[in-house]
Design a protein around this ligand. Structure first.
Ligand code: TXA
Ligand code: MG
Length: 333
């Protein structure tokens, strides 16, 4: 299949969104920008269309999808019961990089929820995403638009690298503003539980709800079974082996040893190193924004090994370290 590549933000936008919306209604796949990462969209009420997402990504069928909406009111058709916790979170953080897990209604195809009694819903703030969802006229099921296991795409070119020839179209809306996937919150228990950390931090959620819990896997409990099925898979992995270094001394030593072996070394750190492929970050916000892009770029540079500096696991650092640990297969030096 020839994948159409549509550049947004010109006078052609109206025609593009109209065609893209029609493709989605017809059961085709369309990748689109959101504020977090690029999504791979399908008509969320059409089980057959949703199955194509799993095929294009090579995604395990037990890993459910997020439904994207373009107005808070659209969640009522998707759930049997919107409790106080969900309502408060929606009012405070939507539109934005937050996904709510709620009891699912009867219209949700099994392919979306992968057999769970719940469904994940998100109202993105990105205007291109909102226009596409409105043009489709249906909730849009969308995982990150990468091949399963690879770093999530934060540019339309990243999407093309993984999806060219497999999907109907890619909408290019430029670089994603956040760069990490949404915070996922399970609202079905007595206390809200974060299943995947993101830019909406535990501190921000606690301010609104008074209390919030972290799913065991996020706290580093390796025996815990994650409530978000996707959190159990190796993820975001660059081609080269990656190691996290707890301090600069360890980082320095490992880089020098690898260079002495004539390896091509990629480094993600707050300072640059000579003879390495350097990716310098200035703050945890900066790293959150660029991490996936850096991982893909180091792959393109063909490095043999990647060393990365760790960040402190509070605030946004929790989400960044969660992705870095997965990318590194939890190899910490
Ligand atoms: O920022 C994001 O959330 C991006 C953009 C495109 O919106 N989407 C995204 O989707 O990251 P994906 O499919 O890559 O990750 C969805 C995660 C998976 O870990 C999945 O297991 C979990 O959400 N999930 C989906 N439905 C769930 C449910 N009903 N209960 C628990 N976890 C769920
Ligand atoms: Mg993903």
């Amino acid at each position: 299949m020839e994948t159409k590549f549509w550049q947004l933000h010109s006078e052609n936008d109206e025609a593009i969104f109209k065609q893209a919306g029609a493709l989605l209604r017809d059961g085709e796949l369309v990748a689109f920008p959101t504020e977090t990462v690029y999504g791979l969209g399908a008509n969320g009420l059409d089980g057959r269309a949703v199955r194509r997402i799993y095929e294009a990504k090579g995604r395990p069928s037990d890993n459910p999808l997020i439904l994207h909406i373009a107005d808070i009111s659209e969640i009522y058709a998707l759930t049997e019961n919107l409790n106080d916790i969900a309502l408060k979170l929606a009012k405070n953080f939507w539109p934005g990089p937050m996904t709510l897990v709620v009891p699912k209604s009867k219209i949700i195809p099994d392919e979306v929820s992968a057999g769970l009694p719940t469904v994940a819903v998100r109202f993105p703030v990105n205007k291109d995403a909102q226009r596409l969802i409105k043009a489709a006229g249906v909730p849009v099921a969308a995982p990150s638009a990468n091949l399963s296991g690879k770093p999530s795409p934060t540019t339309a070119q990243d999407v093309m690298e993984d999806m060219d020839g497999k999907i109907a179209a890619v909408l290019d809306g430029g670089k994603c503003a956040v760069g990490l996937e949404s915070t996922i919150i399970d609202t079905t228990g007595a206390v809200a539980t974060i299943l995947r950390p993101g830019q909406i931090t535990p501190e921000m959620i606690a301010k609104v709800l008074g209390a919030v819990e972290l799913d065991g896997v996020i706290k580093g409990d390796e025996t815990a079974v994650p409530k978000a099925p996707g959190m159990k898979y190796r993820h975001y992995a660059p081609q080269a082996p990656m190691y996290l270094c707890r301090n600069m001394l360890v980082l320095d030593r490992n880089i020098q040893q690898a260079l002495a072996k004539n390896l091509k070394v990629g480094v993600i750190a707050t300072q640059a190193y000579s003879n390495c492929a350097n990716k310098v970050f200035l703050s945890v916000e900066d790293l959150a924004n660029k991490l996936f892009y850096y991982l893909r770029d180091l792959d393109r540079a063909g490095v043999d090994v990647i060393y990365a500096e760790t960040v402190s696991e509070d605030g946004l650092g929790l989400a960044v370290m969660n992705r870095m640990r997965k990318a590194a297969g939890n190899q910490i030096l």
